[in-house]
Write a protein of this length. Structure first.
Length: 257
């Protein structure tokens, strides 16, 4: 801890104590996070977690100090990029990730940002009078024409794919059309929980997709067990019913009363 001022040493100690105190330690990225929304997000998060902004160097020192009693927590150091901050909680990590995602708000796109998802301009009327904007739309491959004295977009148009860098022209057009494709909120980079590091791609858990896959798996497993005549407590009623139907059919064929 050489060459660190006493106030910084105290801050490192407090951060290390929080790392030791909570079961879940997360790193969030607050790059380009508007200052006006910082207080609002703090209030929202307060019910679920503690949100602490600090300097990278102090965060790293705190992690190094806490690893003595929190095995594996040092793996969080590689996620200290951009403008990182700590989030501490005892919440289930997937519930926490879902909570943070749910509390993000829409924002206009700026030139140079990457599209978080595919961006589509939908078919329909606009409030614009005929003019140069038609040529501007055409340059972005948006098909437009005049209907009822106003410009109308003729068909849905995907203007950017997920990960594409948004140009100045596209950012301006999206803003004029009232499309806000960006999300303002805390981007969870990674979470430490009981010795395991969960990265953002794992935490982005889609419940509906999981349920659909689970139901598909159950259905396919049931069909397979029937096909190979493998009896289980879940399919035995099906086999009994099938045997009963076959027995009745055989009786009728043999004219047995």
């Amino acid at each position: 801890m050489a060459h660190v001022a006493d106030s910084k040493k105290q801050e490192v100690k407090e951060l290390a104590d929080l790392i030791k105190k909570y079961s879940v330690v997360g790193i969030v990225d607050i790059t380009n996070f508007p200052a006006a929304q910082m207080q609002s997000i703090r209030k929202i998060i307060r019910q679920r977690a503690e949100f602490i902004v600090s300097k990278k160097r102090l965060m790293k020192l705190a992690i190094e100090k806490a690893k003595e009693t929190k095995a594996g927590v040092e793996q969080l150091e590689k996620f200290l990029s951009g403008m990182p901050a700590f989030i501490f909680s005892n919440e289930d990590i997937f519930k926490l990730a879902k909570f943070l995602e749910k509390n993000k708000s829409n924002a206009p796109a700026k030139a140079g940002q990457k599209a978080p998802e595919d961006i589509t301009v939908n078919k329909g009327a606009t409030s614009f009078m005929p003019g140069p904007i038609i040529a501007e739309m055409s340059a972005l491959k948006i098909k437009a024409g005049v209907e009822g004295g106003k410009i109308a977009i003729k068909e849905d148009c995907k203007v950017a794919k997920k990960g594409d860098v948004i140009t100045k022209q596209l950012a301006s057009m999206l803003s004029r059309l009232g499309i806000e494709p960006m999300k303002i909120g805390l981007n969870l980079l990674a979470v430490y929980d009981n010795g395991i590091i969960y990265e953002s791609n794992v935490l982005a858990f889609n419940e509906e997709e999981f349920k659909n896959k689970l139901n598909t798996g159950i259905s396919e497993a049931f069909n397979l067990s029937v096909d190979i005549s493998y009896t289980t407590k879940d399919n035995v009623s099906f086999f009994l019913s099938k045997a009963q139907n076959q027995s009745n059919a055989l009786k009728q064929e043999a004219k047995i009363e």
